[in-house]
Design a protein around this ligand. Structure first.
Ligand code: NAG
Ligand code: NAG
Ligand code: NAG
Ligand code: NAG
Ligand code: NAG
Ligand code: NAG
Length: 368
């Protein structure tokens, strides 16, 4: 019923700093996709978490979404995982809905979970404690994985056989985007001028990430599409605290260390765990290439936020730009829909190892 069915499609052209990727063939899959992470990929989870302080279900968020609806996405329109799912999927046009939304619609729950589920919660991090002080309550990565374990039981019941459920879950794609909030909270508990401490912290975080991924493997996951951390030090929130307006170096260093450390951790996991396949997206390079060459990538403003001045959240009353597609940043931390689409194209179709290793998301999805 949900076997992989490749489709043929036509042409897309991406220019990322002079590199032209011509895609003549587009293979897609109808395998379910499960999404875990933070505000970069949250599609409304936090709307259901009453006590949570990290919410985007209010204007101007969603101003360019269907009917200008704020959905809980931290974006003017779609976010990166909406684009990834649309590019990989043979029928999906957006991310699957939030788990908490599906649970609240009992009649359609069983039908919907077979298409995939999004568990991501804005403010969440790799560690249990991340997000708690600033946002009071978020759905931690650990809880997101517990929710997936429930969905797995529901799928097993539905398909009537553990074997059928295992087959489906092994062919599914697991997209992770987490770790940014560890870097954002880092200065509250650590010295930003001690490189050794930062290195140890990132090593701790990626080790904890590996434990979560191993738990996912034990639950039957095999295909991991991991999105790294963008150069958050160049986000409007970080630049505004810098008297020169430049990027906050410790945050960018942290993002780079995270990438290297994840490459190592994921390679180890793939050697230890039979059938573990991964694809690691380099959001640092993808985003930095736009910052270094805005016009070549179709942007005009890569420093300031479209919504707000870099200190406040995006909400009614703050400044709002009219030419959203010219901006890299939507709000003080999150990219615009346009920037997210460019990044998604690089991760899904990227050639070589600059943007995604050891294979692009498209190859991961079609694998096996
Ligand atoms: C994380 O929090 C959950 C409860 O929210 C708890 O059961 C679990 O032991 C914690 N994990 C760690 C590693 O502290
Ligand atoms: C899903 O599974 C959980 C755990 O087994 C169960 O409590 C819940 O009722 C199931 N949901 C549905 C809709 O069957
Ligand atoms: C950071 O420090 C605060 C107190 O200043 C504490 O409440 C919080 O749990 C700490 N966060 C982490 C991730 O350790
Ligand atoms: C890394 O983890 C170790 C062991 O849990 C802990 O003692 C140390 O403080 C952590 N270091 C940082 C910088 O978070
Ligand atoms: C940014 O906007 C907020 C609210 O709109 C305002 O209070 C603050 O002074 C502004 N900050 C700067 C640096 O312009
Ligand atoms: C994705 O990666 C595969 C394997 O490295 C490569 O053959 C392919 O050209 C890349 N791009 C697309 C669009 O699949």
């Amino acid at each position: 019923m949900v076997a992989q069915r490749p489709f043929l499609f036509v042409i897309n052209i991406v220019v990322l700093t002079g590199i032209v990727m011509m895609m003549t063939v587009r293979a897609t899959t109808d395998a379910p996709m499960f999404i875990f992470g933070d505000s970069n990929v949250d599609v409304g989870t936090n709307n259901f978490v009453t006590e949570c302080g990290a919410k985007a279900n209010h204007p101007y968020n969603g101003i360019d979404f269907y009917y200008s609806t704020p959905t809980g996405r931290f974006s003017n329109g779609k976010n990166i995982v909406d684009h990834i799912v649309r590019l990989l999927g043979s029928y999906q046009v957006l991310s699957p809905p939030p788990f908490l939304a599906l649970v609240s619609q009992k009649l359609t729950f069983n039908r919907n979970i077979l298409r995939g589920v999004n568990f991501a919660s804005g403010g969440a991090g790799i560690f249990n404690d991340t997000g708690r002080v600033h946002f009071h309550k978020v759905i931690t990565l650990e809880e997101q994985i517990q929710q997936f374990a429930t969905v797995r039981e529901n799928i097993t019941t539905l398909l009537g056989s553990p074997k059928a459920a295992d087959d489906l879950l092994q062919s599914s794609i697991y997209i992770f985007n987490i770790g940014s909030n560890e870097l954002i909270e880092y200065p509250f508990n650590h010295s930003i001028s001690d490189p050794a401490e930062l290195k140890q912290y990132i090593a701790n975080a990626t080790q904890a990430y590996a434990v979560h991924l191993t738990n996912m493997y034990k639950l039957g996951a095999r295909k991991f599409a991991i999105i790294g951390i963008a150069p958050l030090g160049c986000a409007p929130a970080a630049r505004i605290r810098n008297p020169t307006g430049g990027c906050a170096e410790f945050m960018n260093d942290g993002a780079k260390l995270f990438q290297v450390s994840m490459q190592y951790v994921l390679t180890e996991l793939s050697l230890m765990l039979e059938g573990f396949k991964f694809s690691l997206g380099n959001m640092y390079t993808v985003t930095m290439n736009v910052i270094d060459n805005p016009r070549g990538n179709g942007f005009k403003e890569v420093k300031s936020a479209c919504c707000g001045n870099g200190t406040t959240d995006c909400e009614v009353g703050v400044t709002l730009c009219s030419n959203r597609d010219d901006y890299l940043f939507w709000d003080k931390f999150h990219p615009t829909e346009k920037a997210s689409e460019l990044a998604a194209l690089a991760l899904v179709y990227g050639e070589g190892s600059e943007y995604v290793t050891p294979m692009n998301f498209s190859s991961l999805a079609m694998y096996g």
